[in-house]
Design a protein around this ligand. Structure first.
Ligand code: HEC
Ligand code: HEC
Ligand code: HEC
Length: 123
């Protein structure tokens, strides 16, 4: 992740938001990076397919980084997901019913699952 939105503002403008932003960035920096053992970008978790389904769709990838920019850990842990890869059985039915990833990927908070977005998660 090369660009941090607002970086210039943090450096050049002093405001009430500055300490909050710095604290957030420090927290992100200090967070241990989760490294998947398939060599993908640190912080990405590749799901292991649990449901019976089309095997030609590659397993979904969850990128921690983009989510950590917007949310605290508690937005997901442990109410939506355990802090352990492979613990949660996620299916498309859940996502389409507003559960699991679908709690946010509903077209309002984040992009919805449809034919043009499959490969944003399955790649
Ligand atoms: C938007 C949701 C979301 C947020 C926010 C989030 N996580 Fe996660 N996290 C997940 C998901 C999904 C998994 C994978 C769970 C699974 O595979 O069953 C996961 C897994 C993990 C794991 C286990 C990794 C492994 O290899 O076993 C750790 C550790 C973790 N998260 C730490 C954090 C920390 C620390 C934060 C805050 C800085 C955070 N997460 C924020 C969704 C999130
Ligand atoms: C917001 C992320 C996301 C989007 C968008 C998404 N999926 Fe998924 N999908 C998942 C996750 C997470 C799983 C559970 C892990 C796995 O099996 O890959 C899953 C599971 C699946 C499965 C396994 C069987 C099942 O029903 O659970 C299939 C097949 C699948 N997705 C196809 C698709 C297709 C086709 C699209 C586009 C129409 C799509 N997905 C869009 C995240 C997503
Ligand atoms: C707490 C809310 C929340 C949850 C839960 C959540 N997401 Fe997200 N996700 C977001 C937001 C917000 C974005 C960034 C805005 C956007 O791209 O629509 C995002 C972005 C993404 C992206 C980046 C897409 C790209 O183009 O790089 C992927 C992939 C993704 N999410 C997959 C998942 C998967 C898979 C799950 C479930 C395991 C999940 N998300 C759960 C809120 C969430």
């Amino acid at each position: 992740m090369s660009s941090v939105p607002g970086r210039h503002r943090i450096q050049s403008r002093s405001s009430l938001r500055r300490p909050v932003l710095l604290a957030t960035l420090a927290a992100l920096w200090l967070t241990p990076v989760v490294q998947a053992d398939d060599g993908s970008e640190p912080g990405d978790i590749k799901f292991v397919r649990q449901a019976a389904g089309m095997d030609d769709v590659s397993p979904a990838v969850f990128p921690h980084w983009i989510h950590r920019m917007a949310y605290t850990c508690y937005a997901c842990h442990d109410s939506l997901f355990k802090m352990k890869a492979g613990e949660d059985l996620v299916t498309m039915d859940q996502i389409q019913n507003g559960q699991s990833c679908g709690a946010c990927h509903d077209g309002k908070t984040a992009f919805v699952s449809n034919l043009s977005t499959c490969n944003r998660c399955h790649r």
